[in-house]
Design a protein around this ligand. Structure first.
Ligand code: HEM
Ligand code: SF4
Length: 552
């Protein structure tokens, strides 16, 4: 994992002191609300419905056990004993006192963390596949490139005040697991005919009030040109992006207005000045960053040891958990474990300080002291020996981490909604819980199989409802909370924006609508057909008829 050098340490420490002074001046009345806002936003501090909210960067979702223990300490000491993992692999604290935020930032700096550029109109945390480096199907480990992008974009003077926020995602395997098509820039690894690895560059994707799937503006970018090309894209956006209307300011609107072809041509023009210039990555630069992401000291193990296969046969609950909550690993004899944060009754993504401590201990004891945050708002132990899985499962169960529902209907991605967020039209957490309760029969849930259910409390789409196979959007009707359902959205290589099935539902009716949708799926599916495949094959009409039929 990346280790700060002296310059990084100094930069982060200086930033803490700078913010300490800014906060002091604000609290003393020397800075107005308007003057303080951009300063706090550059440090990840929002002001929410109840209290400030601090978003801490977890670069590309990579976390050490020491860092996780620090986050647990912060949750306990400065907040209400928990944090919230976000869809962009960060963590948020919902209840810090403003005057203590500089101390939180100082604590973070001790473990090489910060909140810089986690909000504001700048380049945000670069996200990637949570299984980067351990996935069996990877062409390229994207983490070194994520770190390069992070260093390039952090406090980049030219891109500190973009028209709007800017999000980059990197996927290093053929199967896109980083939602590259719904980011401002998606970098999806490809191999060309000569067998060289490079990036397909996708721009202008995004959700929010104008959901759009990104457009490919370059089929193959050799990796050494990464930064010069990103510079060119950002320059075109910085120059032509709209600043007069914040709802039209994202790059997706510019790409759409110019057409992807014209936008690509502008980028090529700009790139002509930058290509092969000083920001070109040399082999030694890449090797330097890659050296932080080498394999840990894996043992040479045989697959399927008895300590794994015996309980797999004798204990059905363990087998269910292995099937849903573990992933194959590039190293024989190891698997990655997904610690589910989708237990019924707990807001999706919330993690308590006790859970953080426990997970940090397991990362040390069963792995190499590393964890990952998945954009589905779960926590991952990337390297667990198969022979340890039974014990890890038992421990995870004791700590409320082992709901075997990863990828299933109740593994809901959900924004904080009306309980916390001042922009919300409706609450999301109680409705997510009602759905989880409705589908609490594990056998049925397993039978339904892979279904992404995503939930946002308003059209800002923090919960990515557009790309859920089933999406829920909170809407306001004359001051009341209503919920619109979309079907057919998906992420990954076949990213699609879901379509609204019809009039919205009152809160109490959402679980029933879900039940009707699932019943129809079960009736209509072909052997082995996943929910999204059935929706694609039969279309929305039969679902509409079923859901809105007078009696069923
Ligand atoms: C609680 C306070 C929050 C507020 C006030 C807030 C506000 C917003 C706003 C205004 C946008 C739309 C900006 C735009 O598209 O231009 C947005 C987008 C987004 N938010 Fe939040 N958010 C909050 C919490 C969260 C949380 C907890 C998460 C993660 C679970 C999250 C994840 C996202 C993501 C991923 C997007 C981008 C959607 C896209 O791809 O366009 N937000 N947020
Ligand atoms: S989607 Fe809306 S309600 Fe949910 S967190 Fe984002 S801004 Fe708030």
């Amino acid at each position: 994992m990346y280790k700060y050098d002296e310059v990084d340490h100094r930069l982060v420490r200086e930033r803490v002191e700078q913010f300490r002074d800014q906060t002091r001046r604000y609290l003393a009345g020397e800075l107005s609300e308007d003057e303080f806002r951009p300063l706090r936003l550059m440090n990840g501090l929002y002001v929410q419905r109840h209290a400030p909210m601090l978003r801490v960067a977890i670069p590309y979702g990579h976390l050490s056990s020491t860092q996780l223990r620090k986050l647990s300490h912060i949750a306990r000491t400065y907040d209400r004993g928990y944090g919230h993992l976000t869809t962009r692999q960060n963590i948020q604290f919902n209840w810090p006192a403003l005057e203590r935020v500089p101390d939180i930032l100082a604590e973070l700096a001790e473990v090489e963390m910060h909140a810089i550029q986690t909000s504001g109109n700048c380049v945000r945390n670069t996200t990637t596949d949570a299984f980067a480096g351990v996935a069996a199907d990877e062409y390229l480990d994207g983490r070194a490139y994520c770190e390069i992008i992070r260093q390039w974009s952090t406090l980049h003077p030219e891109f500190a005040y973009l028209p709007r926020k800017f999000k980059i995602a990197v996927s290093g395997s053929a199967d896109d697991r980083a939602a590259t098509q719904v980011h401002d820039i998606g970098l999806h690894v490809v191999k060309n005919d000569a067998g060289e690895v490079g990036f397909k560059v996708i721009v202008g994707g995004g959700l929010g009030r104008t959901p759009l799937v990104g457009k490919t503006i370059r089929e193959f970018l050799p990796t050494r040109h990464l930064l010069t090309y990103l510079d060119a894209v950002l320059r075109v956006y910085n120059r032509f992006g709209r600043r007069d209307n914040k709802y039209k300011a994202r790059i997706k609107i510019l790409v759409q207005a110019m057409t992807p072809e014209a936008f690509a041509a502008k980028v090529e023009d700009e790139w002509a000045h930058l290509k092969d210039g000083p920001a070109t990555l040399r082999d030694e630069d890449v090797a330097h960053y890659a050296s932080f992401f080498t394999d840990p000291a894996y043992e040479q193990l045989a697959a399927n040891p008895e300590a794994f296969t015996v309980p797999l046969v004798s204990d059905a609950a363990f087998a269910k958990w292995v099937a849903r909550n573990t992933r194959s690993h590039k190293q024989t004899g190891y698997r990655s474990v997904v610690l589910s944060l989708k237990k019924t009754g707990v807001p999706p993504g919330d993690i308590t300080a006790e859970q953080m401590d426990a997970a940090a201990d397991w990362a040390d004891r069963f792995g190499f002291g590393e964890l990952r945050v998945a954009h589905e708002q779960n926590l991952i132990l990337p390297d667990v020996k198969e022979s340890d899985l039974y014990e890890v499962w038992q421990l995870a169960r004791q700590h409320g981490f082992a709901t075997p529902n990863v990828g299933l209907l109740t593994d809901i991605i959900c924004c904080p909604g009306g309980d916390f967020c001042s922009l919300a039209n409706a609450r999301s957490i109680p409705v997510a819980e009602a759905i989880q309760l409705k589908f609490d029969n594990l056998d049925y849930l397993f039978d339904l199989g892979d279904i992404d259910c995503n939930f946002s409390g308003c059209m800002n789409a923090c919960g990515h409802h557009h790309i859920g196979n089933i999406g829920i959007l909170g809407v306001d009707k004359n001051g009341e909370e209503w919920y619109q359902i979309t079907l057919g959205g998906s992420q990954g290589n076949h990213t699609a924006i879901g379509k609204v099935i019809g009039p919205s539902f009152a809160q109490a009716d959402v679980p029933l609508a879900f039940e009707k949708i699932m019943n129809l799926y079960v009736e209509q599916r072909l052997a082995g057909e996943r929910f999204i495949e059935t929706v694609r094959r039969i279309g929305l009409e039969p679902f509409k008829e079923r859901v809105y039929a007078k009696s069923h």
